[in-house]
Design a protein around this ligand. Structure first.
Ligand SMILES: [Zn+2]
Ligand SMILES: [Zn+2]
Length: 229
C-alpha cells in the first residue's frame, strides 16, 4: 500500500467495499468491448479498418477497451465531474492491453512511436470542468508507454454544443470545421503517426473529424484509442 492509498483509501464504485476502485466481486461487471472498423462501425477484428472501407482521410484502426455500460460507465461518468483521475487509470490497465490478441495490430502501431494527441474540448467547456478527460487519458497512456504527448496539435475552433440527442447526421454536420491543425513554426515537423485519444466513442463523428484534419495536415497514419464505446 502506498502513501496515497493510506490518505485516500480506495472504495469500490459499485458496492462501496474498501480496498479497490472495482472490487473482485464487481469486476465481472466490466465488459471488454468488441472491436469495430472506425469507418463503417461494423465489427472488425483487431479494430482494423476494413480493406473495402478505405477513405482518403480515415483512421487506420480503432481500439476500444471497454463496453460503455455497467461499471465502466460509472467510472467514466464519475471521473468527468470529480477529479478521480485514478478511475481512468484503472480502466487503462496495461494488463488488458498486453494480453489480448485483439490488440496485436494496435501494439504494432505503437511500435511506430506515434505522438499521442487528445481530442480537444471547447476551451470554455474545459475551463468550466477544470480539465479535459481525453487529455488525462492521453497523458496516462503516453507516460506508461513512453510516447510523446502533444496536447496542442489540434485546436477546437468551433463550439459544437452538446451532441446528446442529435442523430449521427446532425453530429457529423456539427463537427464540420470544428478542428484545426496547429502549425507551431516553420521548423515544426509534422508527426508521421498519431494516436488520437478520447474517453468515449458514440458515433465517431468527433474522432473522424479530428483524423481528417490530422491526415490533411500530412500525418500519414492515425489510430484511435477510446476507453469505452
Ligand atoms: Zn464492489
Ligand atoms: Zn469498415
Amino acid at each position: 500500500m502506498d502513501l496515497l492509498d493510506f490518505i485516500f483509501p480506495k472504495k469500490c464504485v459499485n458496492c462501496g467495499a474498501w480496498g479497490k476502485y472495482v472490487c473482485e466481486k464487481c469486476e465481472v461487471g466490466l465488459w471488454e468491448e468488441e472491436q469495430i472498423c472506425p469507418t463503417c462501425r461494423q465489427a472488425s477484428r483487431y479494430g482494423l479498418r476494413h480493406s473495402y472501407c478505405r477513405q482518403p482521410w480515415g483512421m487506420e484502426g480503432l481500439t476500444c477497451l471497454w463496453a460503455y455500460e455497467g461499471i465502466a460507465r460509472k467510472l467514466i461518468k464519475q471521473a468527468k465531474y470529480k477529479l478521480y483521475y485514478d478511475y481512468l487509470s484503472e480502466l487503462l490497465s496495461s494488463l488488458s492491453l498486453s494480453l489480448r490478441a485483439e490488440y496485436s495490430f494496435f501494439r504494432r502501431f505503437l511500435e511506430e512511436k506515434p505522438v499521442v494527441v487528445p481530442v480537444p474540448l471547447w476551451p470554455k467547456r474545459e475551463k468550466e470542468r477544470g480539465f479535459n478527460q481525453a487529455e488525462v487519458i492521453a497523458r496516462l497512456f503516453a507516460s506508461r508507454n513512453s510516447l510523446l504527448l502533444n496536447r496542442n496539435l489540434l485546436l477546437r475552433v468551433k463550439d459544437t454544443g452538446r451532441q446528446v440527442g442529435r442523430t449521427r447526421e446532425e453530429r457529423l454536420k456539427a463537427m464540420e470545421g470544428a478542428f484545426q491543425f496547429k502549425i507551431f513554426n516553420l521548423k515544426f515537423k509534422i508527426p508521421e503517426a498519431v494516436l488520437l485519444v478520447d474517453d468515449v466513442w458514440t458515433t465517431g463523428a468527433t474522432m473522424n473529424e479530428c483524423a481528417k484534419v490530422l491526415r490533411q495536415a500530412g500525418v500519414r497514419k492515425v489510430w484511435g484509442l477510446v476507453l469505452a464505446r
